[in-house]
Design a protein around this ligand. Structure first.
Ligand SMILES: [Zn+2]
Length: 314
């Protein structure tokens, strides 16, 4: 059938074609459910990203990232857990729907999956507020709602989904140095380990967003000084601390692109608001991953090295 054909091909498709095919499916789902494509794409991307870091969920293997548990799809009391008959699924109060009109509601068919998700959202409505409520009722977790609304905002603004480009946080042409300091013990603020990489550079060197994302945090913290947090489309949170200041007009909720200047290198922190100069100027860069259940910090050093290499080639 059409569906399994796509499943087999997905792994072999070049990236550009994969994005194009996904976009076609999202647009099609918008047509059939009335839910704008960027909400559908946002849910799909969120599900895709958590499946990469969750042991209890199968790794994404097709065009579409959404995973729906068999008992939710077929109905909890349905004796046939892989049921694809829309009538018996509905009888057992399962949620699976037939999206491509072939008379079957298949849990692993891209169009059926997206249609089922779209119809679920459409029950609530098609604006930000209603979609948020729909998402909360499904996931029962604020973090999931935040991550999905981040994706939706970026997709809507950029009007495309091929947005995985990354850059090194400091622009070419400035002097800087950094070592792998992840996990070191910190000197200030008690028993904490160092969750990030310190990039030493002069005061005022521009600091850029490394990814497409949304500004989730901006302000002062006694440890990080002036800092900014940006969540990207992979539900990775990027933390930029000890800044000298912020880019003019940058606000919480803004969409940023890789290379957009968000602030500059400083030495703020380790005291009340405005404290600076207690250590040499540097950018503290941290990365945090969320898997839909909890969030943890991971070592940004290998990523920085990779972005630095691709920057030097340009
Ligand atoms: Zn640091």
């Amino acid at each position: 059938m059409f569906s399994s054909g796509i499943l087999i091909e997905a792994a072999e498709l070049p990236q550009a074609e994969l994005y194009q095919k996904r976009m076609e499916l999202y647009k099609k789902t918008e047509m059939s459910t009335g839910v704008p494509w960027f909400y559908i794409a946002a849910v799909d991307q969120y599900e895709q990203s958590i499946r990469h870091v969750r042991k209890d969920l199968p790794k994404p293997d097709g065009l579409v990232g959404i995973y729906i548990k068999p008992e939710y799809w077929a109905g909890i009391a349905n004796p046939y857990i892989e049921d694809s008959n829309p009538l018996s699924i509905s009888f057992f109060n399962g949620k699976g729907l037939d999206g491509n009109g072939d008379g079957k509601a298949e849990r692993k068919n891209e169009e059926d999956l997206l249609y089922t998700a779209g119809k679920y959202l459409a029950k609530y409505g098609t604006d930000d507020t209603r979609i948020r409520i729909a998402l909360w009722n499904y996931y029962k977790r604020d973090q999931a709602v935040i991550a999905i609304m981040t994706n939706a905002k970026v997709y809507r603004k950029m009007n495309r989904i091929d947005l995985q480009e990354k850059v090194f946080p400091l622009p070419k042409g400035y002097n800087y140095s950094y070592n792998n300091t992840w996990g070191d013990r910190r000197g200030w603020g008690g028993r904490r380990i160092h969750e990030g990489t310190d990039i030493f550079a002069g005061y005022g060197v521009p600091v850029r967003s490394v990814a497409y994302g949304v500004v989730e945090l901006k302000g002062w913290n006694k440890f990080g000084g002036w800092r900014i947090g940006v969540r990207d489309l992979n539900n990775t949170y990027h933390y930029y601390a000890h800044l000298n200041g912020f880019a003019k007009d940058l606000k919480i909720g803004d969409v940023v692109k890789p290379g957009d200047i968000i602030g500059s290198v400083g030495s703020s922190g380790y005291g009340p608001p405005g404290t600076a100069g207690k250590f040499p100027p540097h950018l503290h860069f941290g990365m945090y991953k969320d898997n839909g259940i909890n969030e943890w910090s991971f070592d940004p050093y290998p990523h920085l090295k990779a972005w630095e290499r691709s920057q030097s080639k340009k």
